[in-house]
Every structure is written in C-alpha cells, then in structure tokens.
Design a protein around this ligand. Sequence first.
Ligand SMILES: Cc1ncc(COP(=O)(O)O)c(C=O)c1O
Length: 391
Amino acid sequence: MRHRVDGLFQQTAHSPSFFELSRRMGDHGGQLVDFCIPCNPYFPTPDMFDMLARNLEAVLKFYPSDADTIAGQLARVLGINPATIAMSNGSTELITWMDHLWVRESIAIPIPTFGRWTDQPMETGKRVDMFPLQEENGFALDIDAYLRFIHARGSRVAVLCNPNNPDGGYLPRREILRFMDELSHLDLVVIDESFIDFVEVERNPSVGAEAAIRPNVVVLKSLGKNFGLHGIRFGYLVANPGLAGKMRRTLPKWNLNSLAETVVFMLAEHGEAYRESLRLLARDRYTMGMELALLPELTVYASQANFLLVKLAPGLNGTELRDHLISRHRVFIRECGNKLGMSNQFLRLVVRPEQDVARLVEGIREYTHPQWHQQQQQEASIRSLPVRNIS
Ligand SMILES: Cc1ncc(COP(=O)(O)O)c(C=O)c1O
C-alpha cells in the first residue's frame, strides 16, 4: 500500500485532498479517518444532511441567487449589518483579493501559520515580513514583540490569526483590540478568525463588530471550518461599509454556489444544534489532549481551535509516522514539515471523537513500540479465543 501514496505529500505546501487520497487508496478510501483537515464532526447534523440529500437535484440543477442575496441572509442570521460583510467562495478567495486590492508593498505575519498568508503575497511580488513564533514559548504570540517587529520592518499590512493554525494558540479579545489600536496607521490590519467559534475560554471572542467601525481592519471568517463543510467553499469578511462594499464589487456576482445558499438559509433553524456541536467539540478537544499527553513520545500544545499541535520526541520522524498511519491504520494526519517555521517533528491533529482517537493512539503506539504492540495484540487475541471444555 505504501507505494500508492508515495509522492502525493511532497507536491505543495498543503496536504493532498481527501478525494485525491481516497482515489489513490482505491476501495480503502471509505475507511479513512481524517485527522488532517480541521472540521466539525458534529455539524451539520444527520437531519441536515438528509435535507440536503433530498434537495440535491434542485440544488445542482438551478443557478444560485447572487452573492448579495446570500450574504444578506447570512448577515440576518448572524445579526450583522449587511453593508459590513462580503461573502466568498471559501475565505481563501478573500485572502487572494485582499492581497490584490490592499497589500501594496509589504505584509507582516507570524509564522508558522496558514500557508496562503505567506504564499499569496509572495506570488504577487510583495515583501512578506515573517515573525517567527518561538517553540520555547509554546508558539504563543507576544503582541508587544510582534508590534515592535512590525514597526521596525515598516510593514504596511499586518495579519494575525486568532486562533492560529497550526498551534491553536489564542489571544484574548482585549489583546487583539490593543493590537488594532496600535496599528491604526497601517494600510490594513487583518484578524483571521477562521477558527474562533471553537474558542471556549472567552464568551464573545470575536472582534468583528469592532472591525465594522474602524477604518483599516478586516475580520476574516471561514464557514467551511465552522460548519465542517469544506467542500462547499464559503467564507466572509467583516469590515467597514467602504471596505466591505469594495470587496463585494470586486468579487463576481455569482461567486457562491447553490449548496452554500441552501446551507445559509438552513442556519436560522439550526443555531442550537450548532452551539451543541461546539460544546461537544470542546469536550473532545479536552479528552483527546489528555489521551495524547499520556504518550511519553508526544508534547501536546494548548489549543483553542479544532486541532492540536503535537511534537514528537527526538529521533522520531513525522513523515514516517504519517506514512505508517495511513498505510497500516487508514489514519490521515498532517505532518508539518512543509510549513514555514515548523519541522517534520510536528503534527497537527484534528480533534475527533473518542473512537477515532483510539485508532490514532493505537497507530502511534504501534509505530513507537512495535514489539510491545505486537505482544499486546497477541495477548488480546489469546484472551478472545473461545474457551473449550476439554474434560
Ligand atoms: C487560518 C486560516 N485562514 C483561512 C483558511 C482558509 O479556509 P477556507 O478557504 O477553507 O475558508 C485556513 C484554512 O486552513 C486557515 O487555516
């Protein structure tokens, strides 16, 4: 099996898609457990999926409404002024357009982070000022040090992901407000809140409402991440009406698809199910963190997102572990060797329900202690043998 996935992982700064991997693995694809792509395993609910399935033919056959109609409904559900949002085909589309519209010469970003924040501006010839987060501080972002860095480099745009990907590090709202206050002279400040709904240490962590009344702040949100629906590709930004309007006029009129429209119009009735999914996810994050921390070969970093960053003990190799897990256990993980500011000793593991974590832990144990694991399996199979009456 291993040769069939070889080569798939080294092509870009991102992991191969679930579909690509499933195709490569032939019939086994259906059994893959995905610890790679950060999702919400509890939302949409099975009822919502049934409803989508029942409407699939109409959803696929007809044109969606234009983006303003869909964004207007999203604004109503979220209680936001529609003039302050722009909706896109995944928040990556907004990162691309923000770069084209508002990043003129330079952009500062802490690393490691989501690859498009460094790659997109580099691809269009901008200077990217990368601020390295320190492993010895658990990759926590020191706002004052980052501000000093931005001033020293003279960066004209600054980005901050809260929580950050891949470590899940979170900064309290008051710190983000202070950051925005200090940078009111920049061309743009972007607070990427793609994972903020998963935060539980603070009740209202978003600074979206503040962005809407400031001249140079954009808050970015990924609905794909929040709702566990990456395939749909939908996200939005919140900014003052001038900036949000400029973005809306730049994006194509029909940039959102009918699946996105259908889900947005379902949301009003499923708010409680969504909030419950977040509670379950926070519970799973805690138990998964405890399970992983029991493995002496792993260091687990504190996270407020729907994934956990872990570091392997010296001598262990994340690339080998990834290949081992996928070929022997059908478990797909994100090894971070191709992320700027990381090495292949780091893994990003998506928060998943208990039974999936058990499969992951078993795979890691088999890799780190093959003999011990073999012995455990032999003992378990002996215990499960039927007891025969030989008298
Ligand atoms: C911090 C961050 N922002 C934005 C995105 C893009 O999300 P999407 O385009 O799926 O909405 C990602 C994806 O991983 C991310 O990690």
